[in-house]
Design a binder for this molecule. Sequence first.
Ligand code: ARG
Length: 472
Amino acid sequence: MPLWDGRFSQSPAEQVLKLSESISYDRRLYPYDIQGSLAHAKMLARQGIIPKEDARKIASGLRKVKKELDSGKFVFKTELEDIHMNIEARLTELVGPAGARLHTGRSRNDQIATDERLYLRDQADEIGITVISLLKALWKLAAENETAILPGFTHLQHAQPVLFAHHLLAYMEMLGRDIERLMDCRRRINRLPLGAGALAGSTLPLDREFVAKELGFEDVLVNSMDAVADRDVSIEFLAALAIVAMHLSRLAEDIAIWFSQEFAFVEIGDAFTTGSSLMPQKKNPDVAELTRGKTGRVYGALMGLLTTLKGLPLTYNRDLQEDKEGLFDAIDTVKLVLSTMAAMLATVKPNAERMLAAASDPALMATDLAEALVRQGMPFREAHHQVGRFVGDCARKGITLAEADLKAMRKTIPSATPEFLAIFNPQHSVAARDIVGGTAPAQVHGQLLEWAKLLGMKMSRKSKKDAKKNKE
Ligand code: ARG
């Protein structure tokens, strides 16, 4: 019979047990469940609610249970439904009647909400650290290839030349905000539900502030009904993970494109690619593809939990038990993908010649030409028009913009000067974008230095030399 069997004359039917058990997945919360129980028991004794001697027995018993769990020797019982009752039952087995006092002034409703917040707080830190390792991998790839230039794309069409490092730094900015989001969410996670009881608080003089302090919570949740009914911090956490996954997916897509034969902008190490069972020549970017693919299940977890919550009347409903599997899966998935991506990036070798060749199409410098006219005083619209006519003229003649001589250029751009002919150079083009946030080597180098400070990275001698060469 379950621990709540008092008013029942029959045990739950087998199917009911299958439907309602959560021990098969909530067992991962055990360190937090025990941590919460230790703090709770200590407070109960301090408040004179349970005898000090019983609290001492409970604490030593819980430590024994923890050891069994850590070592894998703990025997989980499905009929005990969840991690809370599995631990409590074993505790009582070990310490006798004192164990029966642990659940005083507490419900599984405020207990699970507390366990989850303790778990999420740790996960926010762990995932933050994993994002940092990915940031370091991106930084290294950027810093080691500081001079490489590739075409920047809009609409997946050649747009303007950019530094490869600038492209990677864009992802670093995104991931940097992801860490901020996780840490911001962590502040709201870090509040104590315990003391809410089933929903209305307790008639016993519980010291919630004490428990909060014991567990490192910044504060207590001040409404008992809110404390047991909501899962908004889990939703927020999943939203932050969904954004991380979305960013990773875009990075993965860029890498898959760069790795295709048509682009051949990057090589990926053998250990991070896979072959085909049929086509012997194949080397596929499966890490990138799976990173992209796994984004779906992270979004799914977010949508699932939002949907679970939307129709629930206050306060606790058993539906809330469905908050876990998707959350756990999203957390595991994002961690796996982050660390695999970081390891893969360490094997990525850009092909600087291929990139530069693609970025050297003079058409990519058409904007530079229009801006040269603006510098002469021409309104931008007019400059755009003249350069557009020039581009059309060259296309009709079947020549590149760089192949037209000054005379030909002046047919559509009457004020063209000999300097205009030197515009079609990707190095000049990137160097000219020397404003904050631009792709000029000086700007990008500054960004790399900023990130190096944040990440505790050092510029290698080679990248220092490259940066100097870039400045000249
Ligand atoms: N396993 C449950 C959950 O995850 C714990 C709370 C159960 N509370 C209850 N009254 N049945 O939500």
